[in-house]
Design a protein around this ligand. Structure first.
Ligand code: ZN
Length: 354
């Protein structure tokens, strides 16, 4: 079978990633063998190639979001059958610790992101791959492989941030930072699913319009120095008891964080899943204690949350946004597109189509 393999680290994906012929994977008794029809790109694919911030096992196959059909099952597999259409849940956890047994497999000390930290040669950018039964979710017939691969990681990450961590409620005002990023696009749709008022931010005029197209009620340009004043003015025009926002969906980091904190209502919540512009920031502690705000971290999600995202995708309430679908042989073009960062929506490759 063919797989996209790299054997050394590089800052240029096209110098090290090659389509190679490798042996078919052998499944363990609790695993399923998957014929991969669609595999979506994420930033951790690039981090793996760079070898930063962590070294991944070499030789390496990246790819954490795959959808496809089950073609073989191990003898201890209970609920998945050959022929089932599935999507991956990339959170590999121990399943026996206190976090795992309380449904918080994202807090497992032994968790690994499949296709990023796993290997050698164990990820989704391949014609066939394997996962424990507990790491796959069944797909309804009306959710395509491309849509499932595109929505899985960003969808469950956003769901976990807004629903599980920030506990959004109908009528709240939610600020979605980076509304055209992978997580931001689903974040807008989840906040609208919960009947929240959504203010999104984006970096240029075209992306601002995309936020509105995806359902945001308002959108502002976060590259303008007074962007946070514009957000404040919008919340004033919305009226209500207090202006400002109830929940901030954050992954921008250093450049935006101090202004974001000043936008929260009394008792408001900021939930963070990343820090694209830098890790170190300043927090005015008066906001924290006197205004009783909550600052929460969030990463990944449990499989039940992924299944919620797939359910709402099947109902048409979450629409996966795909920028490009490309044949497997062009996988390095997809990785270079990720590097340039001009895409809006997911980049998906199709391992069965060379
Ligand atoms: Zn565990």
């Amino acid at each position: 079978m063919k797989a996209a393999v790299f054997r050394e680290y590089s800052s240029h994906p096209n110098k090290v990633v090659r389509i190679e012929d490798i042996d078919m994977p052998k499944i363990k008794s609790n695993e399923v063998l998957i014929k991969v029809e669609a595999a979506a790109h994420n930033y951790d694919d690039l981090w793996a190639i760079f070898g930063k911030p962590i070294k991944v096992p070499l030789p390496h196959i990246s790819g954490t979001d795959v959808a496809g059909s089950v073609v073989d099952i191990g003898e201890d597999v209970q609920r998945i059958r050959v022929g089932d259409r599935i999507v991956s849940h990339a959170n590999i956890a121990c399943r026996v610790c206190a976090s795992c047994t309380s449904g918080k497999e994202y807090d497992c000390n032994d968790r690994l992101v499949w296709g990023f930290q796993t290997g050698p040669l164990w990820g989704g950018f391949a014609q066939y791959t394997h996962l424990p039964e507990v790491n796959v979710a069944k797909l309804p017939d009306n959710v395509s492989f491309n849509d499932a691969a595109a929505v899985s990681m960003v969808g469950m990450t956003s769901w976990h941030m807004l629903v599980r961590r920030a506990k959004i409620k109908p009528g709240q005002t939610v600020l979605i930072m980076g509304g055209t990023s992978g997580v931001g696009m689903v974040g807008i749709q989840i906040a609208k699913l919960f009947n929240c008022t959504v203010i999104a931010t984006a970096g240029n005029h075209e992306k601002i319009n995309r936020c509105i197209d995806m359902g945001a009620d308002y959108a502002v340009n976060h590259r303008e120095p007074d962007w946070y004043e514009k957000v404040k003015n919008i919340t004033k025009s919305e009226g209500g008891v207090q202006s400002r926002v109830d929940v901030i969906f954050e992954h921008i980091g250093q450049s935006a964080f101090p202004h974001e904190v000043s936008l929260l209502k009394m008792g408001g919540t900021l939930v963070s899943t990343g820090a694209t512009t830098g890790y170190e920031s300043v927090l005015d502690l008066r906001h924290l204690f006197f205004r009783g705000i909550n600052i929460l971290g969030s990463t990944s999600a449990n499989k039940a949350e992924l299944e919620q995202v797939i359910y709402w995708t099947s109902k048409g309430e979450i629409k996966p946004i795909i920028d490009t679908v490309m044949p497997f042989t062009q996988i390095t073009d997809g990785l270079e597109m990720m590097l340039n960062g001009n895409h809006v929506g997911k980049i998906v490759n199709t391992p069965q189509r060379l």
